[in-house]
Design a protein around this ligand. Structure first.
Ligand SMILES: Nc1nc2c(c(=O)[nH]1)N[C@H]1C(S)=C(S)[C@@H](COP(=O)(O)OP(=O)(O)OC[C@H]3O[C@@H](n4cnc5c(=O)[nH]c(N)nc54)[C@H](O)[C@@H]3O)O[C@H]1N2
Ligand SMILES: Nc1nc2c(c(=O)[nH]1)N[C@H]1C(S)=C(S)[C@@H](COP(=O)(O)OP(=O)(O)OC[C@H]3O[C@@H](n4cnc5c(=O)[nH]c(N)nc54)[C@H](O)[C@@H]3O)O[C@H]1N2
Ligand code: SF4
Ligand SMILES: [Mo]
Length: 742
């Protein structure tokens, strides 16, 4: 497949004005490179960041990628529309290709960007960060890595050896990590995994893997369904996953806690609790029995909209052995009581004894040094022990705001950034793949960035809404152009064979390592800025090397360093780091009553709290940001314009009854109105039973007047995770007056 890029579509992108002049020559040079013999390269797709990502095989001529296709030997090898169109992103003429510095004061309409050398960029960063450190302390610098998860390891290492525990990620703002946090509070570790041939029943809550992880997750789900898996799905939308369900619990958003407690009550009342397991391995059962009493099926129906019968049937189906598992997604944690709602669901596994058993949800028994959440790097690489020191936890900016998160998680929550800048606790920002639209009411974060002494970010593109008031913007090499990181897919580990970066783009690992060497003056500590040497520092410990993995391409082979999967690890003493039987919680048991929550003054049980309800003026609940197959967050629109042909504007899904009562038909232009913003948000209507009645199912990540994050207030944070309440806001939708352009 060769691409002819439509320039008109591309120039709609942010930053197009200066992009054209600065970035075109190198792109053109690559495109006209004289014909040489074609060669094969391999890389990993980074277009959606679902884990694990898909493998890409590409053909290159000289240094130009001319064709991309499935990497058949890779465990994930079916590229979707987003993956295929990354070639269009690679040669997008708007790409950021040179380091840039502003020449106008912050706040000026035109930042006056000029091209600078990497030498100047690195020197400036080292001087500015070290000046803040000398004057105010290293913790005054906030290091941040956005959803591009691949730069995380060296950025965290940079934060560590610079000396700032304020290392934050999109996963500590709002992603999946809050449900892992919820599972860790009860179980001491994440307990998940996909259904296996031994799974009798799977309950999926607030996760739509048919669109968000179509290959790894959805293909497996369909295969298991075909052989007789029982499926329960809790989702307000009729998703492709829900359509597979034996029981679809179409809850009102935000009411999952009531539904979960209702199911718990059925287990208790009908004698479906595995008392032997619970008595031996769990704490807090008596409190749980007392608390669930109020959640009768009738009450649950009233609260959640799920028929009482279905609540009972679902609980019985889940308890009907020999094996059941539960899988959560990212939407429920984006609510004020989200963590507790996920925790309540998760207790169903312990109550029915479905913990780390064959066919049930399992704990990964990665070696102690391994960190799954950041795709394969190690605790040693980032010196995780340092981040966990009480002294470092105390210096983190989330200490007062989200104390449970602060105690449990190594990533700091940056959600109070505006307040922290105001209070002088943050003076500088070092960003990798940053997007300020990730936050509710992003204008307040934009203002915070403007007020800093110094800030920079690396990115593929110049993004005005994020970079406008930064000091430096640095060009990151794309997935086709970088070595790091290696890929980890279960037990298999893969290297890449890339092309050279266009222009002066550097891979993020090189940028972070080079800055690390410059700020600390210790080049060895940062592998002389070499990403492959940094990868080898991890891979050599696993008995392999980058070169060895590269030599075996296109094969992707398991790494013998990983232990073999095992069940009932809690009983065998291989879950706790001290080797004793039990779980990694403070009590060593599964905690129905979380001792960490209780210690910080919260109820220890995952109690249910009512979410904000629709009112007469704002009668629709906004789901702000469910996944669509051809969109990723704030990316892909102008970066991969082919995808815009599938959905050129922001579309909201509305139930036919809600559309009819507003006199709306498919394709109508509408405004979304929220009590929290004076600005209304533009969209078009899609009339569909995908949406439950009373819902507006919207996309976040559009820019300009289609941008939805402004509809969300900076309040109602989940106190257990510090996550924003993206899915807690009620809105109204009105038809636009197209004739009068209003
Ligand atoms: N195409 C695509 N794929 C992606 C991404 C992308 O941007 N685009 N992003 C990746 C990332 S970073 C992530 S975190 C994952 C997310 O993956 P998922 O968690 O699967 O993402 P969602 O599509 O938000 O699915 C959540 C589901 O929860 C439902 N839901 C919303 N509110 C509630 C509620 O109150 N109760 C219940 N029970 N359900 C609710 C929604 O209707 C939706 O169907 O996807 C990854 N994959
Ligand atoms: N309302 C609402 N808000 C949400 C969510 C939601 O569902 N609803 N979802 C949350 C979730 S789950 C997530 S994961 C976040 C999304 O997390 P974000 O960090 O907001 O993700 P993106 O929008 O993809 O923006 C990433 C930026 O990094 C750049 N980039 C991409 N790849 C690279 C790279 O390899 N290197 C560098 N240097 N830059 C790169 C992109 O060009 C873009 O500017 O949003 C969260 N916020
Ligand atoms: S699902 Fe699509 S976008 Fe996501 S990693 Fe695979 S090919 Fe890339
Ligand atoms: Mo995410």
């Amino acid at each position: 497949m060769t691409l002819s890029v439509s320039r008109r579509a591309l120039m709609k992108g942010a930053g197009a004005g200066f992009a054209a002049a600065l970035f075109q020559p190198a792109v053109r040079a690559a495109a006209v490179e004289e014909a040489q013999s074609d060669w094969s390269g391999w890389t990993i797709c980074d277009s959606c960041n679902h884990m694990p990502m898909c493998g890409i095989h590409f053909k290159a001529r000289g240094n130009t990628v001319i064709r991309i296709e499935n990497w058949n030997e890779h465990p994930n090898h079916f590229l979707c529309s987003k993956g295929i169109s990354t070639l269009q992103r690679l040669y997008n003429p708007n790409r950021l290709l040179y380091p840039m510095k502003r020449t106008a004061p912050k706040g000026a309409a035109d930042p006056g960007w000029v091209r600078i050398s990497w030498d100047e960029a690195i020197k400036t960063i080292a001087e500015k960060l070290n000046a803040v450190k000398a004057k105010n302390g290293a913790d005054r610098v906030l290091f941040y890595c956005g959803d591009p998860k691949e730069p995380r390891p060296p950025v965290m290492r940079l934060a560590r050896y610079f000396g700032s525990p304020n290392y934050c990620c999109e996963s500590s703002v709002a992603c999946n990590l809050a449900y892992v946090h919820a599972l860790e509070l009860s179980y001491g570790a994440e307990i998940a995994g996909g259904p296996s041939p031994k799974t009798k029943c799977c309950m999926i809550v607030g996760k739509n893997g048919s669109w968000a992880s179509p290959h790894g997750f959805f293909r497996n789900l369909l295969a298991q369904k075909a052989r007789g898996l029982k499926l329960i799905v809790s989702d307000p939308r009729r998703t492709k996953v829900a359509e597979q369900a034996d029981i679809h619990l179409q809850v009102k958003p935000g009411t999952d806690g009531a539904l979960a407690w209702g199911m718990i009550r059925v287990l208790v009342k009908e004698g479906l609790v595995k008392r032997e397991f619970v008595d031996k391995w769990c704490t807090g059962y008596e409190e749980l029995v007392k608390y669930c009493e109020a959640f009768t099926p009738e009450y649950v129906e009233k609260e959640t909209g799920v028929p009482a019968d279905d609540v009972v049937k679902a609980a019985r189906m889940f308890a009907d052995g020999p094996s059941s598992m539960m899988l959560p997604g990212q939407s429920i944690p984006h609510q004020g009581n989200g963590c507790n709602n996920v925790r309540a669901y998760s207790l169903l596994m312990a109550l029915t004894g479905n913990v780390d058993n064959a066919g049930g949800s399992t704990f990964n028994n990665w070696p102690e040094d391994y960190i799954r959440w950041d795709e394969g790097y190690t605790k040693t690489f980032i010196d995780q022990a340092w981040f966990n020191e009480p002294e470092q936890k105390a210096r983190r900016i989330d200490r007062e705001f989200a104390p449970v998160w602060n105690e449990m998680q190594v990533l700091c929550s940056p959600n109070k950034l505006p307040e922290m800048v105001e209070a002088g606790r943050i003076k500088a920002f070092a960003g990798f793949g940053t997007n300020l639209l990730i936050w509710p009411s992003p204008a307040e974060y934009q203002e915070a960035i403007r007020k800093l002494d110094f800030s920079f970010a690396t990115d593929y593109f110049y993004r005005d809404e994020t970079h406008h008031d930064m000091d430096l913007v640095l060009p990151a090499a794309m997935n086709f152009e970088r070595y790091a990181p290696f890929g980890v897919h279960g037990r298999a580990v893969s290297a890449r064979k890339p092309v050279k970066p266009l222009g002066e783009a550097w891979e993020d690992w090189k940028i972070a390592l080079t800055i690390g060497a410059a700020v600390t003056g210790d080049s060895d500590l940062f592998f002389g800025g070499d990403p492959v040497k940094a990868c080898d520092s991890i891979l050599n410990g696993w008995g392999t090397s980058y070169a060895e993995r590269q030599a075996m391409l296109p094969a992707v082979k398991p790494c013998e360093w990983f232990p073999k999967p095992a069940t009932e690890k809690y009983a065998k003493g291989i879950l706790r780091f001290d080797g004793k039987p039990g779980f990694r919680t403070p009590s060593g048991k599964i905690e129905f009553v979380s001792s960490v929550q209780a210690k910080h003054g919260f109820p220890g049980l995952p109690v249910y709290e009512k979410a904000p309800q629709p009112t007469e003026k704002y009668p629709l609940k906004l789901l702000n940001g469910t996944r669509r197959p051809y969109i990723t967050h704030s990316k892909t629109r102008s970066d991969q314009p082919y995808l815009l042909e599938l959905e050129p504007e922001s579309y909201i899904n509305m139930h036919p009854a809600d559309a009819a009562s507003r006199n709306l038909v498919e394709g109508d232009k509408v405004w979304i109105i929220s009590p929290y913003s004076k600005d209304k948000v533009r969209a078009r209507v899609r009339v569909t039973i995908l949406a439950r009645k009373g819902l507006v199912d919207a996309q976040y990540g559009w820019r300009g007047d289609q941008e939805t994050q402004g509809l969300i207030p900076r309040k109602g944070w989940d106190p257990i995770s510090g996550y924003p309440c993206c899915n807690d806001v009620c809105v109204e939708v009105v038809k636009a007056d197209v004739a009068n352009n209003a």
